[in-house]
Design a binder for this molecule. Structure first.
Ligand code: ITT
Length: 207
């Protein structure tokens, strides 16, 4: 339950990524807010993610979709940082290699870039930055989460989305695409950021 009085009963989850959306719907299921999605706004144009950082892009998305819908809006910008690639693909994770790649092609492309890197040097991390934008003001709140791990030698598993088949979170031997969604939703970058969002709603009023 919300402790602080909250003027809103709805929250827009502003993503076109269906994998992310499914996770958000699980992660925020405990909030007493009706979750809206961009499917509820078919005429809404798509924003250009022109920022140089996860935080800049999360804010661009949250404010753009908040302005269109006039709803309190949550947007995340997330991605994979691979140390052997100087933290690429980072903010370019969704378009790495070729914007037209499927998720599977993009993972294979990344694996090819680090073909000769041994397992001990394949460290990586998923990063998620969230912006919450209020329709009542220009005020935004920012939250973040990180999940450390490493890049598998070959893709494994069919669950999840994006780079999940090649990411092994620390403390596990299976990739995110092999682990149950329940486990990913406990330890992922998005899960960690979501816990901050839920804590925020417990004790704050979005104005
Ligand atoms: P929206 O901007 O509409 O939310 P997007 O897919 O373009 O969708 P981003 O710009 O934040 O989102 O790109 C994030 C990319 O990083 C995403 O497309 C995946 O390739 C990857 N990614 C992020 N979180 C991931 C996760 O939990 N599992 C696997 N890949 C993930």
């Amino acid at each position: 339950m919300l402790n602080a009085p909250n003027p809103f009963s709805e929250l827009l989850i502003a993503t076109h990524n269906q994998g992310k959306l499914k996770e958000w719907q699980n992660l925020l299921a405990g909030l007493p807010l009706t979750l809206r999605t961009l499917r509820d706004y078919p005429a809404c144009p798509e924003v250009v993610e022109s920022g140089a950082t996860f935080a800049a892009n999360a804010r661009i998305k949250a404010e753009f979709y908040r302005d269109f819908t006039r709803l309190p809006t949550l947007a995340d910008d997330s991605g994979l940082e691979v140390r052997a690639l100087d933290n690429a693909p980072g903010v370019f994770s969704a378009r790495y290699g070729d914007a037209a790649f499927t998720d599977a092609e993009r993972s294979r492309y990344l694996l090819a870039q680090i073909r000769d890197v041994p397992m001990h040097a394949r460290t990586a991390r998923f990063v998620c930055v969230i912006t919450l934008a209020s329709p009542l003001s220009n005020h935004v709140e920012t939250f973040s989460g990180v999940c450390e791990g490493s890049i598998a030698m070959v893709p494994r598993g069919t669950k999840g989305f994006g780079y999940d088949p090649i990411f092994i979170p620390d403390g596990h031997t299976q990739t995110f695409a092999e682990l149950d969604a329940e486990i990913k939703n406990r330890i992922s970058h998005r899960a960690r950021a979501a816990r901050e969002v839920c804590a925020y709603f417990q004790s704050n009023t979005l104005r």
